[in-house]
Design a binder for this molecule. Structure first.
Ligand code: KG4
Ligand code: ZN
Length: 333
């Protein structure tokens, strides 16, 4: 089946053409980062306006890259939630219009299910597995028994991991979005320079907490600023912060994998681009004979290929979504 996927839940306008679930013919992503940068975060009103400007050119580009036309598309999948309502509605309305005009089936997808299934675009994934979704809005740990059978084991009780990266970068005036900047600066820093706390790391639940870690960084910066904030100390602070965050994510994911005796772990979402997380998860899991599957960075951050993939499974399961489909801003998977 040839599916057009559309994703507009936050600040990326994305469209992709995916054949038979995993053959990505095109994956176009137009990032709005440049427009939100000066505000230090996503401004919902600007996001919806930019989606409106970009959605048709992005879909057109996806069709051209895939060397296809709307005549060949057999179904549409669109992110229905969770996300910013104004942004979601742009994608949903365009998808409805195309589906109506072309008499094509349309399914609404939970953005988190898209992230969760992403490893299937590049790997043959074994079930059951433990999947960590770690992004700017979520830090969720799932036992995935099969496609469509997800058990939420734990989630963050306060900040998402990506949110903590972004806030730490902001308090050090490093720019936006912070995750990728911290990842790069941390490479030249000493991760043992400051012993930041690792909240809930030994807790028996699978929940996470990152706000205490972020506050510890804030107090440390307050104590040494401004004289103590040299390029070197900043590199050491971000390396120590990143190490604490990664230790928590890896420890909790491994605890879950051991408890449920799975042979595969996967990670998805923007923070899954983090080089230390990718390396440390693989090293520590392989010591326990557990395989780790992590999508390529371009598929970890928000994209529409993952939405088309989830759409293929939903259409096969004959899930029906009528035209009165609406945006769902909060939607737990
Ligand atoms: O999945 P995503 O693109 O959007 C959401 O659904 O939130 O994730 C964006 C998040 C941001 O918080 C960003 O700072 C973080 O992913 N991120 C990273 C890295 N690249 C992106 N965090 C740590 N290290 C990275 N290399
Ligand atoms: Zn996302």
């Amino acid at each position: 089946m040839l599916i057009l996927g559309i994703e507009t839940s936050c600040d990326e306008t994305a469209a992709a053409i995916v054949k038979n679930g995993s053959n990505v013919l095109s994956n176009v992503i137009s990032s709005q980062v440049a427009f939100h940068k000066k505000y230090g975060g996503v401004v919902p009103e600007i996001a919806s306006r930019k989606h409106q400007e970009k959605i048709i050119p992005v879909i057109t580009e996806a069709l051209v890259h895939a060397k296809t036309t709307l005549d060949d598309i057999e179904a549409l999948a669109v992110t229905q939630g969770p996300g910013l309502v104004g942004s979601l509605l742009v994608g949903i309305n365009v998808a409805k219009a195309i589906a109506y005009a072309r008499k094509l089936p349309l399914v609404g997808i939970n953005h988190l299910e898209g992230h969760l299934l992403t490893p299937l675009l590049e790997h043959r994934v074994l079930f059951p597995n433990i999947t960590l979704i770690v992004s700017g809005g979520h830090t969720n740990l799932y036992l995935v028994r099969n496609i469509g059978a997800y058990e939420l084991l734990g989630k963050t009780r306060d900040d998402a991991a990506g949110e903590a990266f972004d806030k730490v970068a902001k308090l050090l005036n490093l720019g936006y979005p912070g995750g990728v900047i911290i990842d790069s600066l941390a490479k030249d820093g000493d991760p043992t320079a400051i012993d930041f706390p690792r909240p809930m790391i030994h807790d028996t639940s699978f929940d996470f907490s990152f706000s205490g870690l972020k506050t510890a960084v804030r107090y440390h910066v307050k104590r040494i600023a401004p004289e103590g904030l040299t390029d070197e100390t900043i590199r050491n602070i971000v390396a120590s912060f990143q190490s604490a965050a990664v230790d928590i994510l890896v420890a909790k994911t491994l605890q879950a994998a051991m408890k449920f005796r799975v042979e595969v772990i996967s990670i998805a979402g923007g923070v899954a681009c983090n080089s230390q997380l990718r390396r440390q998860m693989k090293e520590q899991a392989s010591a326990k004979n557990i395989e780790v599957l992590i999508p390529s960075p371009v598929l970890c951050t928000d994209n529409a290929a993952m939405i088309a993939l989830a759409g293929e499974h939903k259409i096969r399961a004959k899930a029906e979504f009528p035209f009165k489909m609406n945006a769902v801003s909060r939607w737990q998977l």
